[in-house]
Structures are given as C-alpha cells and as structure tokens.
Design a binder for this molecule. Structure first.
Ligand code: 2IT
Length: 446
C-alpha cells in the first residue's frame, strides 16, 4: 500500500472531515508495514475498502419542545463494516455531532469491536440534539422521533445501537419503547437496556471497569502496581464513574475530575459517596461539576481549566475526542505522568500521542482501552439470544478476560525493538487482521 497516495486520495474524497482523516491517518500509518509484508491485503484492496463506510443514513428528526415550538435536529447512523458481525456501536447526542464525528467513531468502532473477539461489526450513530437543560418530556419526544426513523435501519441481527455521550439508560429506555411500539417485537435491538427488560449486569460500569483492567495490564507489563497511584480523570459521565469505582476498589487515588465548566481537585481522594454525587450531577445534564466543591470542603474548583495540570501518575480522559492536546501532554510529562489511558474515543490529539510516545509514557488508545463497554454490550447480546441472564460476577469475569486478552494482543503486535509497547500500533494491527481476513474470505461483497 502507498501511504502517501492513500492519504491524498482520502483527503480529496473527504473534505472538511478532519476527525475522520485524523482517525484514518493514525490507522494507516501504523498498519502500513504490516500490510506491505502481507501481500494478500493489497491484492484484495482491503485498506481502500475498509476506509469506505458500507452505508451512511442521514435523517431529519422533528419534535416539539415544552413551549410548543417545533425543533429540527439531524440524525445519523454510519454502518461502517459488517464483516465479522452485525453493525454495533453507540448513539451520541451532543451538539458537536456531525457526519464527520459519526464517520470517525464508526471507523474506530470497527477496529475496537474486532479487538473484543466477539462477533460485532462497526457502526455509530447519533444526533446534534443537545440534552443540556432539556426536560424529561423533551428528551422522550426527541428519542421517540429519532427512533421512528432509525428503526427502519436496525435490528438484532443487522445493527444494534447502544449509548454514548448524552445517551444513558433513560434514553435507551425511551428509544427501546418506541422501537417495540412500532415493530411489535421485544428483541435485543439495543444494548444498555434496563435489567428488568433484557439488560446486562455490569454494562453501566463496563467502559470504566474495562479501562482500569486494561491499565492493570499496562502496569503489570512494567512490573508496577496500581496501589497509591494518583489519577486524574476528565468527564464526569458514565465512563469516569465506572473508572473511579474500580480505581478506588484497587487502591488508586483519584484526585481530579473535570467537567465542561472546569475541574475539581480533592487531595482527600474522590471516593465512595463523592463518586455517587458526581453521577448525580451528571444525571441533571446541566454540565457542571462546580457544585461538588460547595458540597465537599476538601475539594477545590478550577473554573475553565482541565485536570491535566494536576501532578498525577495516571491520566484517564473519559469525555470526548481531542480533549487532551499537545500542551496538556507536555504538562503531564513534566509532572511525571507514567500512564495515559484513553477511556474516551480518540481522547488525545495526534500531536499529544506523539509527545507521549516520544517521552516513553505508556499510552493506550481508546479503541483498545475503552472496548470494555462494547464488549459487555456483546455479552448483553449473547444473553438476549440465549434468553437468560448471567450474574454480575460472570459478566465481570468475562469482561476482565476480554480486556486482558486485548492488552496482550496489543503487546504482541506493538512491541518495539527497545521494548517500548506501542499500543496504538498493536491495537490497529490486531483489530485490522480479523476484519481484513473476514473480508477476504467473503469475496468482493463490500
Ligand atoms: O464507544 C463505544 O464503544 C460505545 N459507545 C459503546 C458501544 C456499544 O455498542 O456498547
């Protein structure tokens, strides 16, 4: 494969899609040698084919707000690759959502889902609907309108959406109800469902737990221990919540968490009821962490700043793409950071990743480190198919085994001559192989 030509063609074909180009470039740069050593991939034009989503659905979502005014949003579902299983991936409701966002996330999802070893293809969807400050009635009417259109394109054997930013248990419930109303079927068409109606134990915790299990692998690789390590998180949503719970359980100390309005520094550690309070704040969808400092005297609030300026051993971005830039990386490095684990999707800019890798900081990309969420969605799909429910212990053990396996697979394909583990390269090659080989086996279908 000709990396330069591929990138030039891709830029020409996808103008004004910087996120998609960023995600694609990272993959291409890290798989190029592997692809060139294995001629079957070029023979079947696998790289060119994997870069093109199989289908993009774009639709209008009209709904009525509490004032009786008509609102119009855009809905999307990018069905990126179905080679190894039904399309699978979350739905994001956030004002920043564009076709570019959806394309980059669906592309990442294909590699991530492959890494889980479960039979799931890659997809992503969502809307530019902004849940901030919306009433429950408004959220429900939006979700119903969104699903009225989306249901035409999804199903338990074709495409199984889940949550992401702005979509939690409540929204999944509203969308599931509407799917069921239209189709008259109670099936595993969404994951992240409530426990009473087909959801899986541990799914809410899974992304955060999984990232910490992955981190444990990284620590073990360096013969290091999690005990007493200082941690900074970003984002106070479901992912940061799960990570904080597991970090506390394993003896690490979360000292900082940021939200859209600034960050909280609490040298006593963000533990127990404080973690529950972060979750409560998140549930209000008001996008503020400031009230935390009013409630807990040990906490300080830094308006408009990010938690990356705090001296920590471990940084775990848990919010949104490109939330940790080169400057943040340099500050973290100067402060002696040892591990950066993306629990968000593409949480670090390309320049930040380069800076961290240059400084030999152990860096885990989202598609490997945050795969625990979708992996547990895969386990929810299995339970739905078998019409049974596993215990929390059973699900957690499977999740842990999957994350350990992803970690080891990254090491296998990402170990460099000097012993440094390039987790980005490892994840991209390992994720690529399974999808590529399935595509070759299935002929020129997509
Ligand atoms: O980015 C992700 O992997 C998710 N939002 C979870 C997707 C899923 O299908 O559980």
């Amino acid at each position: 494969m000709d990396l330069k030509k591929l990138m030039t063609d891709l830029e020409a074909k996808n103008p004004a899609q910087p996120l998609y180009l960023q995600a694609a470039k990272e993959v291409l740069e890290t798989i190029v040698d592997f692809v060139n050593e294995n001629s079957q991939y070029d023979k079947y034009a696998i790289v060119e084919r994997i870069l093109e989503p199989e289908r993009i659905v774009k639709f209008k979502v009209t709904w009525v707000d509490d004032k009786g005014q008509i609102q119009i949003n855009r809905g999307f579902r990018v069905q990126h690759n179905m080679a190894i299983g039904p399309y699978k991936g979350g739905l994001r409701f956030h004002k920043s959502v564009t076709e570019d966002t959806m394309k980059f996330l669906a592309f990442e999802q294909t590699f991530k889902n492959s890494l889980t070893t479960l039979p799931m293809g890659g997809g992503k969807g969502g809307s530019d609907f902004d849940p901030t400050g919306k009433s429950e009635g408004e959220v429900m009417r939006f979700c119903q309108s969104f699903m009225t259109e989306l249901q035409k394109y999804i199903g338990p054997e074709t495409d199984v959406p889940a949550g992401d930013i702005g979509v939690g248990g409540r929204e999944i419930g509203f969308m599931y109800g509407q799917y069921k109303r239209i189709r008259g079927e109670h099936v595993g068409v969404l994951t992240g469902k409530g426990l009473e109606w087909g959801g899986s134990l541990i799914r809410p915790e899974a992304t955060g737990y999984g990232a910490v299990y992955f981190l444990e692998g990284m620590l073990k690789e360096k013969k290091d221990s999690i005990k007493g390590k200082r941690v900074a998180l970003s984002g106070f949503g479901n992912v940061a919540w799960g990570a904080a719970l597991k970090l506390e359980e394993l003896g690490a100390k979360v000292v900082a968490i940021s939200g859209p309005d600034g960050y909280i520094l609490d040298e006593d550690g963000i533990t127990g009821e404080k973690i529950a309070y972060m979750d409560e704040l998140n549930a209000t969808r008001n996008n503020v962490v400031a009230p935390f400092a009013k409630k807990y005297p040990s906490a300080k609030f830094f308006a408009g700043k990010r938690s990356w300026e705090v001296k920590v051993d471990i940084a775990i971005p848990c919010a949104i793409q490109n939330e940790l830039d080169e400057n943040d990386a340099k500050v973290l490095i100067a402060n002696g950071v040892k591990y950066v684990v993306e629990a968000s999707n593409m949480g670090c800019t390309a320049e930040a990743v380069t800076a961290l890798q240059k400084a030999k900081v152990a860096f885990a990309p989202g598609k490997a480190a945050n795969a625990g969420g979708v992996a547990t969605s895969g386990l929810e799909m299995s339970q739905n198919s078998m019409k049974l429910a596993w215990t929390a212990k059973e699900v957690d053990e499977k999740l842990n085994a999957i994350m350990t396996n992803i970690h080891d697979n990254c090491v296998k394909h990402g170990k460099e001559k000097d012993g440094y583990i390039n987790y980005v390269k490892g994840a991209n090659i390992a994720g690529f192989i399974k999808v590529a080989d399935a595509m070759i086996a299935q002929g020129i279908a997509y």
